[in-house]
Design a protein around this ligand. Structure first.
Ligand code: CA
Length: 257
């Protein structure tokens, strides 16, 4: 049970209803995985996030969190430090070693406020850190900041997944020593996929992200460029990484269908 300090109760800091964040202001309905073993606190966070329009997943231990992460690929993780099976921090280190989740935003939640722990958390790959007790408004503000940064174009010029090296600096795609000949649109499409591996994108989402929202293009145009991208990747044996997800769209994945 989470022990809510009386001082917190008196000013309603923990009351999700006190949130000033209006529902539905997250048009993309990002999915947030809450990993917290204190049930009351977890429920409070979940309610508050759902009110703000997020989709939520919740876990009380690392084993459940790992399964949900693999199955649902959330956009952000709220991770408690002390969990019953493994510490959040050791799981975070595992996440960061895994290429697929290298850039997944993770905000640590912990009762430990000492400077050394804060440094350990950030060194282990946490993007941000909240010391309990925190206000739900503060939590939401931090989440918005992280998700915004995630949406911004990648700062890194090169990305390598599944043997494909894409370099935005030189505008080249290579597989080992073979250069892949891709057009500018296919290049941007591949970049988008490689920045978000394993995520399924509908045609309209790809149009928004790769072509830009202002442009009016028919959705089947996406299929044309997907086809070209696969054709370009075929000689190097990587066409299978651009996968069709029936009824949903496309994804880039190094795993089989
Ligand atoms: Ca805990």
């Amino acid at each position: 049970m989470y022990d809510i300090p009386p001082s917190m109760k008196s000013n309603n800091k923990w009351d999700p209803d006190a949130s000033t964040v209006k529902p539905g202001n997250n048009p993309d309905s990002s999915t947030i995985l809450i990993v917290e073993d204190e049930v009351d606190l977890r429920d409070m966070i979940r309610e508050s996030l759902e009110q703000a329009g997020y989709r939520t997943l919740d876990a009380g231990c690392v084993a459940d969190a790992r399964r949900l992460l693999e199955q649902h690929q959330p956009d952000l993780v709220l991770l408690d430090w002390m969990l019953p099976d493994t510490t959040g921090i050791s799981w975070l280190r595992q996440i960061r070693r895994n290429g697929r989740f290298k850039n997944l935003p993770v905000i640590m939640l912990t009762a430990r406020g000492e400077v050394s722990d804060r440094v350990t958390g950030l060194d282990s790959g946490a993007d941000d850190y909240l010391v309990k007790p925190f206000s739900l408004n503060e939590l939401q503000a931090r989440i918005r900041t992280r998700l915004r940064q995630q949406d911004a174009p990648s700062e890194e010029t090169s990305v390598e997944i599944g043997g494909i090296l894409l370099d935005s600096g030189t505008h080249r795609v290579t597989v080992e020593t073979d250069e892949v000949d891709v057009g500018p649109t296919e290049f941007r499409l591949l970049r988008h996929f490689m920045d978000h591996p394993d995520r399924v994108y509908s045609r309209s989402q790809l149009l928004d992200s790769v072509w830009g929202q202002q442009v009016f293009i028919e959705e089947r145009t996406v299929d044309v460029h997907i086809r070209r991208l696969r054709k370009a990747l075929e000689p190097v044996g990587k066409a299978g990484l651009i996968q069709t997800v029936r009824g949903a769209g496309y994804r880039f994945s190094t795993r089989g269908r």
